[in-house]
Design a protein around this ligand. Structure first.
Ligand code: AMP
Length: 391
């Protein structure tokens, strides 16, 4: 049995896990798919486990296991067959990470999952580490809520403490009555109330930490959201070198304080007064880092593999300014998008995740454009995406 606890330091093995070995991915979405592509390119075998079949990851993995994350016997059998386990979905239950850790190193490690799969724990960790985070209060009942409203005022955002992404489980609060209603709808779930930030823009830093403590990052990426879902990411930004340095140092500090191994994304609000506030962490490759697949010497997916396997980290040099646009299911509204039209842009790369049903809001793929400037890349990627609809 392992001596797993929610807060061990990350298990650091000395021996790298070399090509030819099998790596296990818990979760089976597009992040796992792009990780699997990077891993297979470097000669690794990939196993994936999730409750689904014919998944984005499973389609490119060597082995696809279909099991619930709480089927701990299946998780143990999965971990026994691989040399290391990582995940592409941070809401894997802690018990699953713990069961896997009995048979293989789990990277980044159960402690990182434990902190980052719960907003309140994550924000408390960041605040206690002295890192800048959006002002927040825990809300378990109407009394907490009225204290939070008194202390932080409105507008604010009431979010579920656990299991939320892309704006799910969130309500904007403009007046105290909105908050009372939102809390009533929450069915007793633990919530976090945070100040609404009138940000100038949203940015992220995708960074990685190796088993030897080495640190790598892809600089600052600017992110534009639509309906709370990432729409377009662009890099490099026109932010001052001081802001870029500060964002990167915060990411380094998060990774060191968490003791994480692997890729992690820090999402920030940049306030109108030029301050960086952390909105949230993602302990894995992130949608804003997808452009590294085509634009950087080493992509976030290859870096995740290198870190997970205890190999030296690769260069994160940006080869060309780049922009990424997500392709959501809404694009299928009038039938299959015109893929040839997007491919007519010679510096645009098409990525599709192999998902069968294009539901509105579902991330089905993305485009990446490379250009001489970030503005040009952003322009081309949106023109190419528009061309998909114009049959
Ligand atoms: P989240 O799921 O917390 O990352 O939120 C998704 C998006 O909602 C963010 O990227 C922001 O665009 C917006 N948002 C979330 N929290 C806040 C906040 N406190 N103030 C302003 N906008 C927010």
């Amino acid at each position: 049995m392992s001596s797993w606890s929610p807060f061990p330091s990350d298990s650091i093995a000395n021996e790298p896990i070399l090509p030819g070995s099998a790596v296990g991915v818990l979760g089976s979405g597009q992040l796992g798919r792009m990780f699997a592509i990077a891993a297979r390119r470097m000669g690794y075998r990939v196993h994936t486990l999730s409750p689904d079949t014919d998944t984005p990851t499973g389609q490119v993995a060597d082995v696809e296991i279909t099991a619930d994350y709480d089927d701990l016997d299946a998780i143990r059998a999965f971990a026994r067959a691989v040399s290391v386990v990582t995940f592409e979905f941070e809401n894997v239950p802690a018990a699953a990470a713990q069961a896997a850790a009995e048979f293989a190193p789990v990277r980044p490690g159960g402690n990182v999952l434990h902190v980052t799969q719960h907003r309140l724990r994550e924000k408390t960790f960041l605040r206690d580490a002295g890192l800048p985070v959006t002002p927040f209060r825990q809300v378990r009942n109407p009394m907490d809520l009225s204290n939070a409203l008194r202390e932080l005022g409105v507008p604010g955002v009431l979010k579920t403490a656990g299991f939320g992404y892309d704006g799910k489980g969130q309500a904007k609060i403009n007046a105290a009555e909105d908050a009372v209603e939102a809390l009533a709808r929450s069915d007793g779930a633990e919530m976090v109330y945070e100040s609404f930030i009138d940000f100038e823009r949203e940015v992220s830093v995708v960074a990685a930490r190796g088993t030897d403590g080495a640190f790598a990052h892809w600089g600052v990426i600017e992110n534009r959201h639509r309906n709370h879902i990432l729409d377009v990411s662009v890099t490099p930004t026109d932010l001052s070198p001081a802001v870029v340095r500060s964002a990167v140092e915060i990411a380094r500090s998060v990774l060191e304080k968490l003791g994480g191994v692997g890729v992690l994304c820090v999402e920030f609000f940049l306030t109108r007064s030029g301050d960086l506030l952390i909105n949230e962490l993602a302990p894995r490759p992130h949608n804003s880092g997808h452009l590294t697949f085509d634009a950087s010497a080493t992509s976030q997916f290859e870096q995740q593999l290198r870190a997970t396997c205890g190999l030296p980290l690769g260069s994160t040099e940006l080869l060309r300014p780049a922009a990424m646009a997500n392709l959501l299911g809404d694009l299928w509204e009038n039938g299959e998008p015109d893929w040839a039209a997007a491919c007519a842009f010679p510096n645009v790369k098409l990525h599709l995740y192999g998902k069968a049903s294009p539901r509105p809001g579902r991330k089905m793929g993305h485009l990446t454009a490379l250009a001489d400037s970030p503005e040009e890349a952003a322009r081309v990627v949106t023109v190419a995406r528009d061309a998909l609809r114009l049959k």
